[in-house]
Design a protein around this ligand. Sequence first.
Ligand code: NDP
Length: 244
Amino acid sequence: MLYGRVALVTGGSRGIGAAIARRLAGEGAHVAITYARSPEQARAVVTEIETMGARGLAIQAEATDAAALTEAVERTVAALGGLDILINNAGIAPYGPIEDVTLEDVDRTLAIHARAAFVLAQAAARHMGDGGRIISIGSSLAERVPSPGWALYSMSKSALIGLTKGLARDLGSRGITANLVHPGSTDTDMNPADGPDAPQERSYTALDRYCDPDDIAATVAHLAGPGARNITGTSITVDAGTTA
Ligand code: NDP
């Protein structure tokens, strides 16, 4: 259980981030979420958090804006009384022929997935004590790329493997863990289970099914809890066997 702990979930307005926010609140944590363009959905998630008896907070913070991310950490600490759990989840899915990828695409994707996670971890760690948790959301595509069009996305997500291992070493002496969860195809706005690419993605899995956002949230909740105190610097894949 996460009673009285304070969590910050980036990209908590929709999809996997919203499921993580609900799950952590259900286990007793107070939860701040960030969003970029969905204020109403963010407010709806906060209402759900508050319905569960926890305190919630929605913060607009564009993931390419380092100052906004640092401010989100400070606002969480000020409003909810500290910060114990950081979830780096906000993400995009650039996809297409390698020839069409622009330098702007490269910079934006690396900023949202890698730079933001670094900036947030650095800001959050200043407030974390023993038992602190930094959990990032990677992708099964960081481990294996089964089809063309994903080089940039895969590069940006595999950067989190190095960040996670480095954070584990940098923060371990303070009792703070850092881990990475790699979802496979998961039913969200980004990758609907009834979308045009879904049959092919489903065919890559061992279990012949998409993940539900709650599947990812369950693993994140375990890593956030006391039972995972000796798991650090590693990646856990939740992909219905895509990379098996
Ligand atoms: P969704 O598109 O459903 O939700 C994305 C979330 O990230 C939203 O809350 C969105 O905010 C936020 N976000 C997107 N861009 C920005 C930005 N520039 N600044 C701030 N927030 C932003 O995606 P998923 O829930 O599917 O994905 C969540 C994470 O899981 C991502 O990192 C993704 O790469 C990863 N993942 C997803 C998989 C899948 O199959 N769905 C598979 C593997 C990994 P807003 O609502 O305001 O737009």
